[in-house]
Write a protein that binds this ligand. Structure first.
Ligand SMILES: NC(=O)c1ccc[n+]([C@@H]2O[C@H](COP(=O)([O-])OP(=O)(O)OC[C@H]3O[C@@H](n4cnc5c(N)ncnc54)[C@H](O)[C@@H]3O)[C@@H](O)[C@H]2O)c1
Ligand SMILES: O=P(O)(O)OC[C@H](O)CO
Length: 375
């Protein structure tokens, strides 16, 4: 008999929470060892999502479709009402129906009460001020997860470092999620993978089991530095790709910039203690491909406008969603300088933003450097 409910979401609801993630080892286990596996349904995990923009809302849907009991925080009461009553977030995710179980509020205490995991998805430059507000409300023992892909200007801290500094909950209770994750595609339930990273493999695994459903698969690693920098740096390369697209250059230019961009990303992350293999994975190459190829990307879009001749201030005015790359360029170049890492593409993006380089002159190398280099 065919199932009366055939959508992926329905399939998720039929599954036990956490049943979607199975390691190869588990799959190969002999049946006798599985006999003591708990089969009783257990209470849904209560999680909170702070930030109701495109990614916060999409991630709330991922978690709810994986079986979690999700509460969202929206700054604007009218948005909280739309999410709770109409199960829509029409400004950020037009045409998407959210799971019925999701609710939202503009009042933080009720959103955070009893949350075992707190997912944060606000613009990177606003993270610290938001943590100051929620600090006393986050339940003891909750895991805090950054969904953001930026660095803080001034301190040049990664998001997990800001969380660590403001919440003082210990790095083992902090995780980050990154990967090729264009929100609208995932909200439409297109199959996607991401990586959850924490210094504690147990924490990463707990989060990955919660953030897994039939259309979204979370892998794990313990390279928080490489995972976070991958997400930040691909934004900068995507701005460069947008610029050359806006100028009208073709696939050779873009492929050259993507390939050399990955070298810059890897050199940078390794200099700060990240692992090269992380940059070859979902949080590096995977996200680089998605962001550079998609017109859904805000960073790519911002670059395209620059390439078409708009000034930086015009582009900022036109963007009504967060393009983290624009704020990350300066702190990333300051960090690169501190370790002697060369970043010709990111440096040229900074010059285009400053109005000192004609977008037509952006290239996969510094055009002022006449000497051939090893690839
Ligand atoms: N959209 C995506 O596809 C995607 C995917 C992966 C990661 N991310 C990352 O997630 C983070 C959030 O991005 P987004 O796409 O949700 O952005 P967005 O612009 O869609 O939404 C940002 C949300 O934060 C709120 N906000 C703005 N300023 C705030 C402040 N000062 N305090 C509190 N809330 C504030 C906005 O009202 C909005 O709800 C970024 O770091 C981004 O790089 C986005
Ligand atoms: O829209 P962007 O440029 O912020 O990119 C979104 C995601 O980071 C893609 O993985």
């Amino acid at each position: 008999m065919p199932s009366p409910c055939s959508s992926r979401t329905c399939a998720a609801r039929r599954l036990r929470p956490n049943a979607g993630i199975r390691s190869r080892t588990t799959r190969r286990r002999p049946a006798v060892l599985n006999s003591d596996v708990q089969t009783e349904p257990r209470a849904a995990r209560k999680v909170a999502v702070l930030g109701s923009g495109s990614w916060g809302t999409t991630f709330a849907k991922i978690l709810a479709d994986g079986g979690a009991d999700v509460a969202m925080w929206a700054r604007r009461p009218e948005l909280a009402r739309e999410i709770s009553q109409s199960k829509r977030n029409s400004d950020y995710l037009p045409g998407i129906n959210l799971p019925r179980s999701i609710w939202a509020s503009s009042r933080l205490p009720e959103v955070l009460e009893g949350a075992e995991q707190v997912y944060v998805s606000v613009p990177a430059q606003s993270l610290r001020e938001n943590l100051l507000i929620v600090r006393e409300l986050i339940p003891a023992d909750a895991i805090v997860i950054s969904l953001m892909k930026g660095v803080e200007k001034g301190t040049r801290f990664r998001m997990s470092q800001v969380i660590d500094q403001e919440l003082r909950i210990g790095a083992d209770r902090v995780a980050v999620v990154s990967g090729p994750n264009l929100a609208l595609e995932i909200a439409k339930e297109q199959p996607t993978a991401a990586v959850v990273s924490s210094q504690s493999l147990e924490t990463a695994t707990t989060v990955a089991m919660t953030a897994t459903n039939p259309y979204f698969r979370s892998y794990v690693n313990t390279d928080v530095i490489g995972t976070e920098f991958g997400g930040v740096l691909k934004n900068l390369i995507a701005v460069a790709i947008g610029i050359v697209d806006g100028v009208g250059y073709g696939e050779n230019t873009k492929a050259s910039i993507i390939t050399r961009g990955l070298v810059e990303m890897t050199d940078f992350a390794v200099a700060f203690g990240g692992r090269a293999e992380t940059l070859a994975g979902l949080a590096g190459l995977g996200d680089l491909i998605a962001t550079c190829e998609s017109s859904l990307s805000r960073n790519n879009t911002a670059g395209r406008l620059l390439g078409q001749g708009y000034s930086f201030s015009d582009v900022v005015k036109q963007m009504n969603q967060t393009a983290e790359g624009l704020s990350s360029v300066a702190p990333i170049l300051e960090l690169a300088l501190s370790k002697g890492v060369e970043m010709p593409i990111v440096s040229q993006v900074a010059e285009v933003l400053a109005g000192t380089l004609d977008p037509r002159d952006i290239a996969p190398h510094l055009t002022t450097d006449p000497m051939p280099q090893g690839e």
